[in-house]
Design a protein around this ligand. Sequence first.
Ligand SMILES: NC(=O)c1ccc[n+]([C@@H]2O[C@H](COP(=O)([O-])OP(=O)(O)OC[C@H]3O[C@@H](n4cnc5c(N)ncnc54)[C@H](O)[C@@H]3O)[C@@H](O)[C@H]2O)c1
Length: 437
Amino acid sequence: MKKNKIAQPKGKLGVLIPGVCGAISTTLIGGIEAVKAGNGKPIGSLTQMGRIRLGKRTENKNPLIKDFVPLADLESLVFGGWDIFDENLYKSALKAGVLERPQIESLKEELSAIRPMKAAFDRKYVRNLTGPNVKKGKNKYDLALQLMDDIKGFIKDNGLDRAVMIWCASTETYIPDHDVHSTVAKFEKAMKADHPAISPSTLYAYAAIKCGVPFINGAPNLSCNIPALVELARKNKVPVCGSDYKTGQTLMKTIIAPGLKARALGINGWFSTNILGNRDGEVLDDPASFKTKEVSKLSVLDSILKPEIFPELYKNLYHKVTINYYPPRGDNKEGWDNIDIFGWLGYPMQLKVDFLCRDSILAAPLALDLILFTDLAKRCGMGGIQEWLSFYFKSPMHAKEVYAENDLFVQLEKFENNLRHLMGETLITHLGVEYYK
Ligand SMILES: NC(=O)c1ccc[n+]([C@@H]2O[C@H](COP(=O)([O-])OP(=O)(O)OC[C@H]3O[C@@H](n4cnc5c(N)ncnc54)[C@H](O)[C@@H]3O)[C@@H](O)[C@H]2O)c1
């Protein structure tokens, strides 16, 4: 197979983060500094620890992914971003309470050096938060222009070769599809008219794409996931992907559901609930922000189980998801699932999962991988939706004519075969007949 032309990752890569003072951002940036200093391992990150099989099983070729594809290294990353709080990242990390205090103290110098730029923020879209570090502008278009100036200034001031933007800010209120999202012209006109269907996250995405900077959407709100911005990204050859990191409960769901379906076991109920006490939990305590999350969390089962093809097994599935804000747990979320399944002759059984996880510890490695892979995509000339990165998202962006692929194992195969394809390696089909001739 022919290897694609890939520009090498020379120079420094800027990582611009809306929500840079938050729990995921500080865990990501602090974590990378800790790894660089040899004070921890990047567990959960495929770019740092994952391997990929190449060729036949008899060849025993399993290189590290980072030795197989040309990725930017951790030393080349330069972090910056925006937040509504005007605090350096050392103070923000202490507040987030994810990393332990002695670890944060050992990173004090690096974290204190990063201060957020003023955010494009409007309380109408995140009703449970207020902060002082917010831009003023004539209208939404003016705010987008200010964000573009921030991006260009950050690249110039830090002598960067290129940059990516990753949304780690709060989940915005639910905004249904609207005509102003349909084309770039309508979107730009609506920004100038301060249209309510244009939320701050879409301004960041617009600014990034206009500046040629790949955009990753880590939350379920719209940001780059509207036709106007997908079209702009495709035209400008800028990679975009999202939405909503697949970290805890949904990760488990997309592992278990394909397994039950693989054995033709029926499911008639899936009850999922969470307790979460961090700032994200506080934001999601507002029903309008929770609605955005709920739509994202509910979307996964149908596309895996396909009740329209398997009505006897999945047509009556009742799927319920809730999140309860419970401050004592902080970032240490507990996700419970009760799954009512049925087997041979319809006899009922139950499966219970209680995942005592750490939200940002699970999210940080995904954010790192997405930063490095979207940068790779840009250097490969791949613009528009990056469906091969579906593996990382609860609600993957996809082409209009296909459904979203949510099965983790199909997503992994898609992801690995894309890497093999980029590097001109033979794709692995798992047919395996050659071993039995
Ligand atoms: N941690 C996980 O496992 C996980 C999984 C999937 C998705 N997410 C999503 O990732 C996002 C970040 O999560 P977190 O736990 O770090 O949340 P967080 O509340 O700790 O951090 C979000 C930060 O964004 C800032 N912010 C809000 N609106 C902004 C704007 N318009 N511009 C700039 N900054 C803004 C807030 O001030 C806050 O500092 C949330 O939307 C969350 O729903 C998290």
